[in-house]
Design a protein around this ligand. Structure first.
Ligand code: BGC
Length: 284
């Protein structure tokens, strides 16, 4: 498929059967109408969790994902909210309590890019990306912590009172020219996540991040939509294939499950080695 890489073994994408790691739990996934959020919501549903799929504009796509989750036997519903709007976030968490009683997992996934050279980056572009990617994660995390602290641990459901997963990026550590607002938001997510983790650990609230590399989603279509673009992307990925959304879905299920109970305050990179300074493969 990618003849330039005939020297390497052909890439095989795993597709293991889901395990019911989240049976009896409920999850909120923000930005769940497309891309990584959609895959995480579906993986969590297949793992036995009930799921609230937050979306900001794509109602139809969110409802399709809801239907897919319900076909696995879990309960799911879509809820429209702008995660950067405090009132809408509070209303969403109320809706989740009405529907599920309580919840065990928050996946702070909603995020976007608005790219421009630094000299052309408008205040509106800066603000929008910080509002959704960083402030949105803060507002949702705060509501989750309030719920988890109040409710406490139910040992029959999970060892933890609750789990928060922040969707960060390799760009929480890799600087990114032309994407200053985005990289700043993800750098902010890193220390927001770790600071919340430090604060809430005694209440058995687990907080971690997933840092995806290049994953095949609508946010980065230009990076993989032609053979030339794909070839250029491979220079940045030692494992020599793009990541699939389902691979982030499986990582999120595991990070939300008791299988990872002692993992706390960590950034889990799922990036095919993108953070390994691939430019140093030869030279240095
Ligand atoms: C960005 C993508 C990019 C990837 C690797 C992600 O956080 O949203 O556009 O392809 O990082 O650079």
């Amino acid at each position: 498929m990618h003849p330039h890489h005939h020297d390497y073994p052909q890439a095989v994408v795993p597709n293991p059967p889901p395990r019911r790691l989240l049976k009896g739990q409920a999850a909120i996934v923000t930005g769940a109408s497309s891309g990584i959020g959609r895959a995480v919501a579906i993986s969590m549903g297949a793992a036995g969790a009930n799921v609230c799929l937050n979306y900001s504009s794509e109602a139809h796509a969110a409802e399709e994902a809801v239907a897919e989750i319900e076909s696995h036997g879990s309960h799911a519903f879509a809820h429209k909210a702008d995660v950067s709007n405090e009132e809408q976030v509070l209303a969403m968490f109320d809706a989740v309590r009405r529907e599920f009683g309580t919840f065990d997992i928050l996946v702070n996934n909603a995020g976007l890019q608005q790219d421009a050279k630094i000299e052309d980056l408008t205040l509106a572009q800066w603000q929008k990306v910080i509002d959704v990617n960083l402030t949105g994660q803060f507002l949702c995390s705060r509501e989750a912590v309030r719920e988890f602290k109040k409710r406490g641990v139910r040992p029959e459901v999970s060892c933890a009172a609750g789990k928060i997963i922040c969707m960060s990026s390799v760009h929480e550590v890799i600087p990114w020219a032309g994407h200053v607002n985005y990289a700043a938001s993800k750098g902010g997510v890193m220390l927001m996540m770790k600071s919340i983790a430090q604060e809430v650990a005694p209440w058995r609230i687990r907080v971690n991040s997933i840092c995806p590399g290049a994953i095949r989603t609508p946010i980065n279509t230009e990076a993989w939509d032609t053979p030339e673009h794909y070839e250029a992307l491979m220079k940045l990925i030692p494992y020599k294939r793009i990541g699939e959304p389902s691979e982030i879905g499986r990582a999120a299920v595991w990070l939300a499950s008791d299988d990872s109970d002692y993992i706390h305050g960590t950034s889990l990179f799922v990036d095919g080695g993108m953070t390994l300074y691939p430019g140093f493969e030869a030279g240095g």
